[in-house]
Ligand binder design. Structure first.
Ligand code: NAD
Length: 297
């Protein structure tokens, strides 16, 4: 049975590769970070010296890399994935990247006789760990059908959204909402505290009211009521502020390209940029509340 290569095994790719390996699949991994490699190997994956070496003989190559430039380089640079893959290999890029790069790399793959889908995810590190991710997929339906058994080992909802790049389109729209909502919750909870209300009382009411959203029910930017949220662990990510900033910029780029007015998205991108400048870039994005709750105990 041919193996699956998994390139990029950080906060998300690490647990995803582990779940795939646990399902009985042979998974060969590569990451630039030795720590990430060790964690994946401890989880049952086989280490490789390079992306190319992991790719040799693979039927499927899955990538989970930070940005479009990393994805493009991993597939297209000399000695990269394209140069080592067998004809017909199925590439599954799960990274969150810009739509244009996703379409460019998929077209280049097809021109070289490969197949490619974009399959970005939502559900965060908790979903990656529990194999409950949502995959939003762009590409040919037949290619998704081939990838589906493996995606099912890492997630629970898989939605085909159309042609190449459409998975990324849905992903950046979703994160635009999630990023804006976290700021709204941060502002509102800071205001409530200044008015003398406890975080617990506010969370209890708002979680069942019209202000409810994931940032209130499961991912509160304050410690206490939602025990799994990063606020309980010193804002250890989770999903880093710098990655949320990247995604907000991706949606703003797409808004400019399509002429779509996006005033709240633009404002949110600005606020995440400010958060990064305040030194919150490597913390979870929910730490953006620190811009609003200065002086509140
Ligand atoms: P991460 O930084 O933890 O992991 C990325 C990994 O890629 C790192 O370990 C890095 O060493 C590795 N890498 C970079 N370039 C490489 C290369 N050329 N070859 C091999 N490895 C390379 O980031 P993450 O949180 O796992 O996010 C990965 C992607 O998933 C991003 O696009 C992010 O936006 C998206 N995402 C993250 C979350 C989340 O909650 N963390 C949720 C949904 C989507």
């Amino acid at each position: 049975m041919s193996h699956t290569a998994f390139i990029g095994i950080g906060n998300m790719g690490g647990p995803m590769a582990r779940n795939l390996a646990r399902s009985g699949k042979t998974v060969k991994v590569f990451d630039l970070s030795p720590t990430a490699m060790q964690v994946a190997v401890d989880g049952g994956a086989i280490p490789s010296q390079s992306a190319g070496q992991a790719t040799q003989g693979a039927a499927t190559v899955i990538t989970m890399l930070p940005e479009g430039k990393h994805v493009k380089a991993a597939y297209m640079e000399d000695g990269g994935i394209f140069d080592h893959a067998e004809p017909g290999t199925l590439f599954v890029d799960c990274s969150t990247i810009d739509v244009a790069t996703a379409r460019e790399v998929a077209a280049a793959a097809k021109a070289r006789g490969f197949r490619m889908i974009d399959a970005p995810v939502s559900g965060g590190t908790v979903g990656a760990d529990a194999a409950t991710l949502t995959f939003m997929v762009g590409g040919d339906a037949a290619d998704l059908d081939e990838a589906r058994p493996q995606l099912e080992k890492m997630g629970k909802l898989i939605v085909h959204c159309g042609g190449n790049g459409n998975g990324e389109a849905v992903k950046i729209c979703n994160n635009m909402i999630g990023g804006i909502a976290m700021i709204a919750v941060s502002e509102a909870f800071s205001l409530g505290q200044r008015l003398g209300v406890s975080v617990e009382d506010m969370q209890r009411v708002i979680a069942s009211s019209s202000g409810s959203c994931v940032a209130v029910t499961d991912y509160l930017p304050l410690a206490g009521p939602t025990p799994k949220s990063p606020a309980n662990f010193g804002y250890r990510p989770g999903f880093m502020t710098k990655l949320m900033l990247k995604d907000m910029r991706l949606s703003q780029l797409a808004a400019v390209e399509t002429g779509q007015p996006s005033p709240l998205g633009a404002q949110a991108a600005m606020l995440y940029a400010m958060a990064e400048q305040e030194g919150l870039g490597e913390l979870d994005f929910s730490s953006i509340i620190k811009l609003f709750n200065k002086g509140i105990a």
